[in-house]
Design a protein around this ligand. Structure first.
Ligand SMILES: *[C@@H]1O[C@H](CO)[C@@H](O)[C@H](O)[C@H]1NC(C)=O
Ligand SMILES: *[C@@H]1O[C@H](CO)[C@@H](O)[C@H](O)[C@H]1NC(C)=O
Length: 182
């Protein structure tokens, strides 16, 4: 037993040192369809923006339009439209950039969610023979989150290999929010 525990620790450290993405095991009852709707980014990698929202709008083909909106420092609107494609895992989706600046497949993994209150996820880019964690997001259905929940989800993302600088607090104060529709 002790032997197994030791091997596990060595493996975990080695894999994050080489930037391999931890892939969550499929959870029974997981349903990617339930991420539909609006989320507010409480903490994450959307640096230099405030009032960040993420909307997953279901499409007829079963995938989602994934829209990130936020305010730049001068108060103007930032928007980014992506396509979130279902995979065979209910805890992940792949991104296709409609303007195709991304040439490598990017997969988002849900680390934890109850769909109704909070969602922690991270993205991973797959380069030939190599994978790397890129970004992390802690989202809420409301524009705030209890401190203990935020601390728990931050710890979870750090355990998965994200660094502090990729999980920065995102201001959700004095916001003007925009609708997701284009
Ligand atoms: C999804 O985005 C596409 C491209 O911008 C748009 O034409 C379409 O109406 C959107 N679909 C939904 C369901 O919002
Ligand atoms: C999603 O991306 C992963 C990693 O590149 C790839 O293996 C998988 O086939 C993709 N799935 C879909 C449905 O595009």
């Amino acid at each position: 037993m002790k032997m197994i525990a030791t091997l596990f620790v060595v493996f975990a450290v080695a894999s994050s040192a080489f930037g391999q993405c931890p892939v969550p095991t499929p959870v029974s009852g997981a349903d990617i369809g339930k991420i539909a709707g609006r989320w507010y980014e409480i903490s994450g990698s959307t640096l230099d923006l405030t009032c960040v929202t993420m909307d997953f709008t279901p499409r007829e083909d079963g995938n989602f339009n994934y829209t990130t909106l936020g305010s730049k420092s001068d108060g103007s609107k930032h928007s980014r439209h992506l396509l979130a494609i279902r995979t065979d895992n209910e805890n992940s989706f792949n991104i296709s950039d409609m303007s195709t600046e991304t040439r490598y497949p990017i997969t988002f993994y849900i680390a934890d969610t109850d769909y109704d209150n909070y969602l922690a996820m991270y993205s991973c880019v797959f380069l030939p023979g190599y994978s790397q964690i890129q970004l992390g997001f802690i989202l809420s259905r409301f524009n705030s989150m209890k401190d203990d929940k935020l601390a728990e989800l931050t710890d979870l993302l750090i355990k998965l290999g994200l660094t502090d600088d990729k999980i920065q607090s995102i201001s959700q104060e004095y916001c003007k929010y925009w609708p997701a529709s284009q």
